[in-house]
Design a protein around this ligand. Structure first.
Ligand code: HEC
Length: 163
């Protein structure tokens, strides 16, 4: 007498669980992209143009510690003293809407690529005289290569390069 009742209960619970699991399982409506895993980042790194494909992402992350007080790099991240850097590669210098750039950067009239960022980071004030980015620069060329590679991997460069 009790057994059929139990199995009925079990069936009921199973279908109940199935229904409860459904909305969470697929989540096709959620727009947020999952953060790339370490191996996906390594794969992205390998697709970068030379010399950035040789970059050391761990060192790049360490070098980027010098920028974090002023810049966020996540998609939709806030502007701080400096503008959010997500999507900076391929973006016009001074091109992030809502950030109050200096005239020097606003009027620079170029699009950021690895080479320009390398020169900028070597010495922002000589690269764009009049900039308000008060940063002394990164003298070491390998550190600059690594932070550019890190930024390319972290700020959506590769995903846009492969539409
Ligand atoms: C003390 C704060 C500060 C630090 C540290 C700093 N930045 Fe900046 N950054 C700024 C400001 C302010 C601007 C806007 C400059 C202007 O308008 O003249 C800027 C602008 C930029 C831009 C141009 C963005 C655009 O939209 O055109 C890039 C790229 C950049 N910074 C990268 C870096 C990187 C990489 C580092 C670390 C190696 C760094 N910055 C360190 C404050 C900072």
């Amino acid at each position: 007498m009790i057994r059929p009742l139990l199995s009925l209960l079990a069936v009921f619970m199973l279908t109940g669980c199935g229904q409860a699991a459904e909305p969470g399982a697929g989540e096709p409506a959620t727009p947020a992209r999952p953060a790339p895993t370490a191996s996906e980042k390594a794969a992205l790194l390998a697709t970068l143009p030379a010399p950035y494909d040789q970059g050391d992402l761990d060192n790049g992350r360490r070098v980027f510690a010098r920028c974090r007080s002023c810049h966020t790099i996540t998609e939709g991240g806030p502007n701080m003293t400096g503008p959010n850097l997500y999507g900076v590669f391929g973006r016009e210098a001074g091109g992030l809407p809502g950030f109050n750039y200096s005239t020097a950067v606003k009027e620079a009239a170029f699009v950021w690529d690895g080479e320009r960022l390398d020169h900028w980071l070597e010495n922002p004030r000589t690269f764009l005289r009049g900039t308000k980015m008060s940063f002394a620069g990164i003298p070491d060329a390998t550190d600059r290569r690594d932070v550019v590679a890190f930024l390319k991997v972290e700020t959506g460069y590769a995903s846009r390069a492969q539409p």
